[in-house]
Design a protein around this ligand. Structure first.
Ligand SMILES: [Zn+2]
Length: 58
């Protein structure tokens, strides 16, 4: 029993666009599970880069 299944793998393909959002940090290919209200809408970052979003000036 593994709990490693990424969240997107259990979602219907139809809904992928709504749920898949990668970390917006340049060069980062991780899953962006942290959302921040940025200047141009919601910006997503992984745990490692969530400070990037938190620092975004409003
Ligand atoms: Zn990242």
């Amino acid at each position: 029993m593994s709990d490693d299944t990424p969240p997107w793998e259990s979602k219907p393909a139809k809904q992928e666009a709504l749920y898949i959002h990668w970390c917006m940090h340049e060069g980062c290919k991780k899953w962006g599970s942290w959302g921040f209200n940025g200047r141009y809408g919601v910006e997503w970052f992984c745990f490692e880069h969530k400070d990037d979003g938190a620092k975004t000036p409003k």
